[in-house]
Design a binder for this molecule. Structure first.
Ligand code: OAD
Length: 396
């Protein structure tokens, strides 16, 4: 990454469409109304300021930080063959990345603004975080080229899996299994070795019909997505808003490079177009979305903890019942065996020596009830009480 940055843009090539290959030239083109079918292509770099790491940035990227998952190689976490053998690393990551905890960035809101203004033809995103949706870009405007967490299904029988169930499993760090065939369930994220969604192939020629292409926050290293900017026609302006120069952008006559942070880049572009106030207002609204989601997630987690506690109590109640039934059975057996023998002679009672102390008590009271009940509670109560309260202490 980054080796293109040193390649100078050929300034001698005059732009065909723009007045200049600058931010100002671009803003002028947009303000003149010539850009009304904009395609936007995005990658993980537009979500880094939300707190989600990108993949390939040398120190902060996800692939540089997966050692804790003990993977044979970093990309294995998104490899379908590896997932079938060991789904745990993916679900560990899913626990961290699952939508709901993150707020869309101002760059996501910028895409929403383009839509609100009726200028967005299509957003092609490689991101799986659903932040474009959360920013309010409608479903029919988004092509999630690498899928997303928005849907999930069984990798064997392909049955859809309920969203509430996967949320609960991911919150509890458990691996979900299909309700129908017990196969592994996976969010419909495209893994290496899997086909891209139909929507990608249906829309991949759209850039040809666009009048502006905006590429943001991607290293353009993964095909076939990386070929999308090349599907625009000669003379269609393209702008790259990215920390580094990638994908050969900058080589065509109407390419504009805004190298640096994409949040800064979209703010500068919005300001040049006279939209900054609108953009900031739109972004401010996303603060509420994330607050609601976090509250909902907390509620779901609390619900799953309550359910786990209920399950534990049910299990323990069953155990106690079983023990008591066993005691009842013992009681009957003892009654049928000891009592007649006791009636016949004390010598046979010695064979129940372990309970001899109780027997004397029994003899006093004339029944066995308290002996076996207290014995049952001695065996079951401490462990049951301990395990429930321990769980409570652990905050489970
Ligand atoms: P990468 O991590 O490969 O690239 C992110 C790009 O964004 C890099 O060029 C960064 O320099 C740049 N960047 C990071 N933060 C930025 C910021 N705040 N402002 C501007 N630029 C920034 O991520 P992708 O290109 O999205 O596939 O990766 C493509 C695919 O590779 C992903 O969809 C994923 C991965 O393997 C699958 O999971 C199938």
């Amino acid at each position: 990454m980054g080796n293109e940055e040193s390649t100078p843009i050929d300034e001698s090539v005059p732009p065909q469409t723009l007045t200049s290959r600058t931010l100002e030239g671009l803003a002028e083109y947009i303000k003149s109304g010539k850009a009304s079918r904009i395609v936007v292509m995005t990658g993980a770099g537009i979500s880094t300021s939300a707190g989600i790491p990108d993949f390939r940035s040398p120190e902060t990227g996800l692939y540089a930080n997966l050692a804790r998952l003990n993977l044979p190689y970093a990309e294995a976490v998104f490899d379908i063959s590896f997932f079938k053998e060991n789904p745990e690393p993916f679900y560990t990551l899913a626990h961290e990345l699952y939508p709901g905890k993150y707020r869309p960035t101002i760059t996501h809101s910028f895409i929403r603004l383009l839509h609100d203004k009726g200028l967005l033809l299509k957003l092609f995103t490689q991101n799986i975080d659903c932040l474009e949706r959360e920013a309010g870009v409608p479903d029919d405007k988004i092509v999630e080229a690498h899928g997303s967490f928005a849907r999930q299904s069984c990798i064997e029988c392909k049955q859809p899996y309920p969203e509430d169930d996967i949320k609960r499993h991911i919150a509890a760090k458990e691996i979900p299994r299909c309700h129908h065939c017990k196969g592994l369930v996976k969010p419909e994220i495209v893994f290496f070795g899997e086909q891209l969604p139909q929507a990608f192939f249906e829309n991949r020629t759209l850039p040809m019909h666009s009048d502006l292409c905006i590429v943001m926050g991607t290293s353009l290293t993964v095909q076939p997505f990386a070929s999308l900017p090349g599907a625009t026609l000669e003379g269609t302006p393209r702008v790259l808003i990215n920390k580094e120069r990638v994908g050969g952008l900058g080589n065509s006559a109407d390419d504009v490079l805004l190298l640096g942070d994409c949040d800064d880049g979209v703010k500068r572009l919005a300001e040049a177009c006279g939209w900054l106030e609108e953009l900031e207002k739109l972004w401010a609204e996303t603060a509420r979305i994330v607050r609601d989601e976090v509250q909902l997630a907390r509620h779901e987690t609390a619900k799953s903890k309550d359910e786990a506690l209920e399950d534990e109590i049910d299990k323990l109640t069953k155990e106690v019942d079983e023990t008591l039934n066993l005691s009842k059975w013992h009681k009957e057996k003892v009654r049928s065996e000891i009592m007649p023998r006791s009636a016949n002679g004390a010598e046979d009672a010695a064979s129940y020596g372990l309970r001899s102390g109780s027997r004397s008590h029994e003899d006093e009271k004339g029944n066995l009830g308290h002996v076996f009940v207290s014995e049952a509670s001695k065996e079951t109560q401490p462990s049951s009480t301990k395990s429930v309260s321990d769980r409570k202490e652990d905050g489970e």
